[in-house]
Design a protein around this ligand. Structure first.
Ligand code: ATP
Ligand code: MG
Length: 289
């Protein structure tokens, strides 16, 4: 299973493409109904975060986007491919998925081999692979660890290794499942910078996160999930301002949104600059002080 999402040889990385999730339901063999009629369209180049309480179905949903799981009902299209009609290995050349738990993803004995595995399976030459690995390790600031065994690194570093593995494949769509978990401030800034870079390249970046400030800082669209369903889907500024809705699925609004609401500002803001602007505007209008 660990190797299930490894790409097949000679698969060519593709250009930008949409993802379409049509009325997807999924039931695990245990009988748990993890998804119940989820529909979403994700445009090429979109930056979208999925939030929601533990067990809401977030990981189950994204595993459908790279074909690791196939719908019990409904369908998922990656570009023009129905995931049920293509192997996970083929779909992995289009959609890179960084697992929630890095230890579910890592199979190789050195960091360099781990990061080079995908490019190798994609049929890239040794020189291309070396360049892909070097570039990806530089992005996660682990260039000095290419010869290290992944299990000699911390969990936070292993998470960065798995991120690099997906970056090295240069897929048009990337999914990060809880990328900031266990990261310190430096790791957080690093991952935020990588997300911004990918957005700048026009790639689709999807994340699942419990870190709502990370979500607010980098993702323009937010989907809220609860009990296998989409509870809300829209612009981050709108969705993250809906405190009551977020509370129903145990998501706390970003600090700036809570501060704006406590000050009774007319609008919520997701950035410090936006907040200051709103505050000054409301003062200028004779509002709060
Ligand atoms: N392999 C599995 N077999 C059976 N049930 C599973 C499996 N994986 C997840 N589930 C169940 O499916 C539901 C959705 O789980 P999922 O992992 O998608 O949630 P999540 O939103 O990613 O949660 P978390 O925030 O804790 O990662 C939960 O009830 C979970 O217990
Ligand atoms: Mg999960």
């Amino acid at each position: 299973m660990k190797n299930a999402q490894r790409p097949t040889p000679n698969a060519t990385p593709a250009g930008p493409m949409p993802i379409t999730v049509e009325d997807v339901s999924f039931t695990y063999p245990s009988g748990t109904h993890a998804l119940r009629g989820v529909s979403l369209r994700i445009a090429p180049g979109e930056a979208m975060a999925i939030v929601g309480e533990n067990g809401a179905g977030k990981t189950t949903l994204v595993k459908h986007l790279n074909g690791l799981l196939k719908p019990s009902q409904g369908r998922v299209l990656v570009g023009d491919w129905d995931t049920r009609e293509h192997s996970v290995a083929k779909t992995a050349a289009r959609v890179g998925y960084v697992f929630q738990n890095p230890d579910d993803q890592i199979v190789e004995r050195t960091v360099g081999d781990e990061v080079g595995f995908g490019p190798k399976q994609l049929g890239r030459t040794e020189a291309e692979r070396a360049a892909d690995v070097a570039a990806a390790l530089a992005l996660v600031e682990l260039s000095d660890y290419a010869k290290t065994h992944p299990y000699d690194l911390t969990t936070a570093q292993r998470k960065l290794v798995t991120l690099a593995s997906v970056l090295a494949m240069r897929t048009p769509i990337l999914i990060f499942d809880e990328p900031t978990m266990g990261q310190d401030a430096r790791g957080l800034a690093l991952i935020g910078g990588i997300v911004e870079r990918l957005k700048g390249e026009g790639r689709t970046v999807l994340t699942i996160t419990h870190d709502i400030d990370f979500c607010a800082a980098h993702f323009g669209r937010v989907v809220v999930m609860a009990d296998g369903q989409v509870l809300a889907d829209g612009a981050a500024a709108d969705v993250l301002a809906r405190a009551e809705l977020l509370a129903t699925t145990n998501v706390e609004p970003p600090q700036l949104v809570r501060l704006a609401q406590a000050l009774r500002l007319p609008r919520a803001a997701l950035t410090v600059d936006g907040f200051v602007e709103t505050l000054q505007g409301s003062r200028g209008a004779g509002g709060q002080g």
